[in-house]
Design a protein around this ligand. Structure first.
Ligand SMILES: CC(C)(COP(=O)(O)OP(=O)(O)OC[C@H]1O[C@@H](n2cnc3c(N)ncnc32)[C@H](O)[C@@H]1OP(=O)(O)O)[C@@H](O)C(=O)NCCC(=O)NCCS
Length: 192
């Protein structure tokens, strides 16, 4: 396997809730640009990002370029019963693979909720480094995430980081797109 690209970014930093709140506009602009969503999505998402900051185990890591502009962002928190995503995924895994499998993945996990890199700085290893730094500080046994079915750069990255299939072609309530739910055990050791 080839070595991971060396990130060409000025610095990575863990952000506190207050720090992300003060940079929320930049972060949401980055998110909307990376996902190619309509501009209004940023305003819609703001309350959700603010609410997520209050969850147990919430952590956020960002990358900044030499002009101190945000080049990438990742955050997540401890998954728990009662959270919308947890309930959706648990139902899907239980239906398809049984309760034992669902509990094995979901009893103690960190949900990697958002991961985005500015399009002009993608493909330089920033995404991989954000994931590594984010999960390095979590005490959980597993990390789980969902991503629209690929192929995509996100899928390439998750496979390189040894994420395996938990659920494929899964439809979350209210979203017609098929998603993959991927997971792996922690700690995340370097795949190379
Ligand atoms: C997905 C995303 C966050 C990845 O960020 P990135 O900085 O481009 O990621 P990296 O540079 O670390 O990795 C991406 C590429 O490096 C490759 N790579 C990463 N680690 C590697 C390794 N150890 N060895 C070889 N290649 C590696 C990946 O396979 C991928 O290859 P590709 O560019 O040929 O497709 C970014 O592309 C993005 O923001 N996409 C749009 C938003 C999105 O889809 N977010 C995820 C939603 S769940």
């Amino acid at each position: 396997m080839t070595a991971a690209p060396e990130p060409r970014v000025a610095r990575f930093a863990e952000l506190s809730g207050d720090e992300l709140r003060s940079r929320l506009r930049d972060a949401l602009t980055l998110y909307v640009t990376a996902m190619n969503y309509p501009k209004g999505t940023a305003e819609q998402r703001a309350p959700m990002w603010l609410a997520h900051m209050l969850r147990i185990g919430w952590r956020c890591v960002a990358a900044f370029d030499t002009d101190d502009r945000m080049a990438g962002i990742a955050y997540g928190y401890q998954g728990a019963p009662g959270q919308w995503w947890h309930e959706q995924v648990k139902r899907g895994v239980t239906e398809r693979h049984g309760l034992d499998v669902a509990e094995r993945w979901m009893d103690d996990y960190f949900e990697l909720t958002e991961l985005h890199v500015r399009p002009d700085t993608q493909g330089q290893g920033i995404g991989g480094e954000l994931v590594r730094r984010l999960v390095a500080g979590t005490p959980n046994a597993h990390v789980l995430l969902s991503t629209p079915e690929g192929p995509s750069r996100a899928w390439n990255l998750y496979r390189k980081l040894s994420f395996t299939d938990v659920l494929r072609d899964y439809q979350f309530a209210g979203d017609p797109r098929p998603f993959g739910v991927l997971g792996r055990a922690l700690p995340l050791t370097d795949p190379n």
